[in-house]
Write a protein that binds this ligand. Structure first.
Ligand code: ADP
Ligand code: MG
Length: 358
């Protein structure tokens, strides 16, 4: 397999995953003259609505993965909860970003935090938990409050259990103990921020401005750019982001989520080797979106120097709010994006609205 980071318009970009990130990637790709082929397990998924070709199959369907890979010039992923061995299957036929190591680290909170520690990057104190006795033992050593998370497959606060004190432990005895967990010290957070880096040909990188993120029930509620944080913290966060991207040989995009403590210390929370919800403001508030810059990177086009054009608040629209977004669109300076999901469940991300401070 030879690497050819020189993919011209008219070529086909393969996207594994059919969610809203895939949809916005496919739209950006089309804008730049590329075709897209989506690999998804759901024909009605958002990305399938705007792409040239769709393969509907389970993510473990080896044969379908091989024929998908054979039909595209480069591939990427839009969610990280797939078996990282898929990367090897795709690699037999075409180039794919991110690489397998990055995917396997990003999809497992224990590997992720261990990788950060190996780089000398600070994270919340944590320990791996395999059974209930283990939990009781380590909870008392780490000290409360704590947060227990499934090591894999968690997103939008799913698979997380807040442990305020010892009396909360008992109800966790009935968890599914056939899987691994990570027990983390619950951090008293001053602010949450995220930093997005895109790396392309010749090792060139571009940073999106850092966003300030507000969560409700572990789900992103809004992101605000530019983040109102100390310049030193801003620069430090970018240096850490670059260090992580370099350690993983990223080509494409990487998001790093941070906590800032009240002592003004940075802790890495998690990473994602794909466009990120906390970067959706880039669709309207920047001279280039995170999706378009990703396409530039994986097709070998030069990266565009990134400029924030306007301060912006990105407000997520969840299932329970889907019929309430009229409240927001009374404002003149908004851009509405609705993902086109079939069903609006509570706490499911259905769209977002970018409110610009022109
Ligand atoms: P997800 O994959 O669901 O985004 P995160 O680990 O990012 O998982 O957790 C979601 C949110 O929960 C975080 O953005 C943060 O607001 C809160 N959270 C997670 N871990 C901690 C922690 N150790 N201390 C305090 N808050 C946390
Ligand atoms: Mg997160």
């Amino acid at each position: 397999m030879s690497y050819n980071l020189n993919i011209s318009p008219g070529s086909t970009i393969g996207i594994i995953g059919g969610g809203q990130l895939g949809k916005m990637m496919a739209t950006a790709a089309s804008q730049l003259g590329y075709k897209t082929h989506i690999f998804t397990n759901n024909i009605n998924s958002p990305a399938a609505q705007v792409s040239n070709k769709v393969t509907v199959a389970n993510y473990n369907n080896h044969e379908k993965l091989v024929s998908f890979a054979s039909s595209v010039d480069v591939a990427t992923i839009e969610f990280e909860n797939i078996d990282s061995n898929i990367i090897d299957i795709i690699l037999q036929k075409t180039q794919v970003y991110p690489n397998k190591k990055t995917l396997s680290i990003a999809q497992n909170r224990i590997k992720e935090k261990t990788h950060m520690q190996q780089l000398g990057i600070k994270v919340a104190d944590f320990v791996t938990i395999n059974n209930y006795e283990n939990l009781i033992y380590h909870a008392n050593i780490l000290g409360y409050p704590l947060i227990l998370k499934t090591a894999t497959l968690g997103y939008d606060g799913k698979g997380q259990y807040f442990i305020k004190n010892q009396s909360n432990l008992k109800q966790l005895s009935s968890l599914n103990w056939n899987q691994e967990y990570i027990l983390e010290k619950f951090i008293n957070i001053y602010k949450e921020i995220s930093s997005i880096i895109v790396t392309g040909v010749n090792n060139t990188s571009e940073f999106f401005p850092i966003a300030e993120n507000y969560h409700i029930n572990g789900i992103l509620d809004k992101s605000i750019v530019p983040a109102k944080i100390h310049q030193d913290i801003y620069k430090q966060a970018q240096m850490i982001t670059l260090k992580i991207a370099q350690s993983l040989n990223i080509i494409g995009i990487l998001t790093v989520e941070f906590f800032i403590t009240y002592q003004q210390k940075l802790l890495v929370n998690e990473i994602a080797p794909r466009p990120h919800n906390s970067g959706h403001w880039s669709l309207n508030a920047c001279n280039i979106s995170q999706f378009e810059q990703l396409i530039n990177a994986i097709c070998g086009l030069p990266l565009k120097p990134i400029k924030l054009l306007f301060p912006c608040t990105m407000q997520n629209i969840l299932g329970q709010d889907i019929y309430n977004h009229n409240n927001y669109i009374k404002m003149p300076n908004y851009h509405l994006t609705i993902y086109g999901k079939e069903e609006a469940h509570d706490n499911r991300k259905m769209g977002h609205i970018n409110i610009m401070d022109y």
